[in-house]
Write a protein that binds this ligand. Structure first.
Ligand code: SF4
Length: 313
């Protein structure tokens, strides 16, 4: 590590102390941010940590909807994020106005609306319950039987949950631009190179890719899967930042990033907008912060809390 990087790390730790801040980082962040964070995890783990913290400031290293979820759960805390422009293609695929118009046009259906956490606060405010990839199956299994389900915004995750639960759902046609880039041919090619390898894939991948996987699960569940796998080689079909976390948690395994047809591994450019420098700056300046209208926040908080309660059972 360069002297500059060491200096920036020290500055971050000093600012963290001064601000009484906690640093939360998603599994897809660059390694150096994961290494300095107080907690690294998936959306569900991060939501719990955000709810439980007694720090004054939450520095959220992920994308905007994640920091927004932390703010929804902690209206009196200052939530900062390193780069305000770190968005998400899934969030973009389901604007709150479009969902509101769809629900309005389909009032007679009386949809029970389930939203994957990868959506805006405005969308969360229109939903009955939120899910993550780690708890979606359990929560869909608990949904009322007497109402049709609308699942937003990820059609691929929704299709996987339908397969797993047998519950029919109407699916919003959104997708993660990173996970849909893995293809049947790119995964088959890497399997030829590592014929003994097991394949673990994220449920945001397409059905064609999921069918090639030995296991489909959330990033957090990938850790246990890799640790306990009876083979050394494991092909990990998700965003490449996950490899850093996995390599630490399963050091004896040879973890191979899932390739696309264009490159050997796949980065989310939104997640990679965050840097150590920007993390230092947001702690120093307490900016950019996450803000939202209080009425939207309150309406978005209820379905998140419903998820947290149902996940504990
Ligand atoms: S990896 Fe996909 S779902 Fe996650 S933040 Fe990036 S675009 Fe959104």
């Amino acid at each position: 590590m360069t002297t500059t990087a060491i200096d920036i790390k020290e500055e971050i730790l000093q600012l963290k102390k001064e601000r009484n801040a906690v640093i939360l980082a998603h599994n897809y962040q660059v390694g150096e941010i994961q290494d300095i964070a107080d907690y690294v995890g998936d959306s569900l783990g991060l939501a719990y940590k955000a709810k439980e913290t007694d720090c004054d400031v939450i520095a959220f290293c992920g994308v905007h909807f994640m920091a927004e979820t932390a703010k929804i759960l902690n209206p009196n805390k200052t939530v900062v994020l390193p780069d305000r422009e770190a968005g998400c293609s899934l969030e973009e695929s389901c604007p709150a106005e479009d969902l509101a118009a769809f629900l309005d046009a389909n009032k007679e259906k009386n949809y029970y609306v389930i939203a994957y956490i990868n959506c805006s606060g405005g969308v969360k405010a229109l939903c009955d319950v939120i899910v993550t990839s780690g708890n979606a199956i359990d929560i869909v299994n608990k949904a009322p039987q007497d109402r049709p389900i609308l699942f937003v915004p990820d059609a691929n995750l929704g299709a996987w949950v339908m397969e797993q639960t047998g519950r029919k759902m109407d699916l919003w046609q959104g997708s993660c631009y990173v996970h849909v880039e893995f293809t049947q041919s790119s995964i088959n090619k890497i399997k030829e190179e590592y014929p003994e390898a097991l394949v673990v894939a994220h449920p945001e991948c397409t059905t064609a890719v999921r069918l090639l996987a030995d296991e489909v699960c959330s990033t957090e569940k990938m850790i246990g899967y890799c640790q306990n796998a009876p083979v050394k080689d494991i092909i990990v079909v998700t965003e490449s930042g996950m490899l850093h976390r996995l390599q630490k948690e399963a050091p004896d395994k040879n973890l191979i990033p899932g390739p696309t047809d264009k490159c050997a591994c796949n980065d989310c450019h939104f997640m990679k907008m965050n840097t150590l420098e920007k993390l230092r700056d947001c702690l120093r300046d307490l900016s950019p912060t996450v803000e939202m209208p209080e009425d939207v926040r309150q309406r978005a908080e209820a379905p998140i809390n419903r998820m947290l309660e149902q996940s504990r059972k």
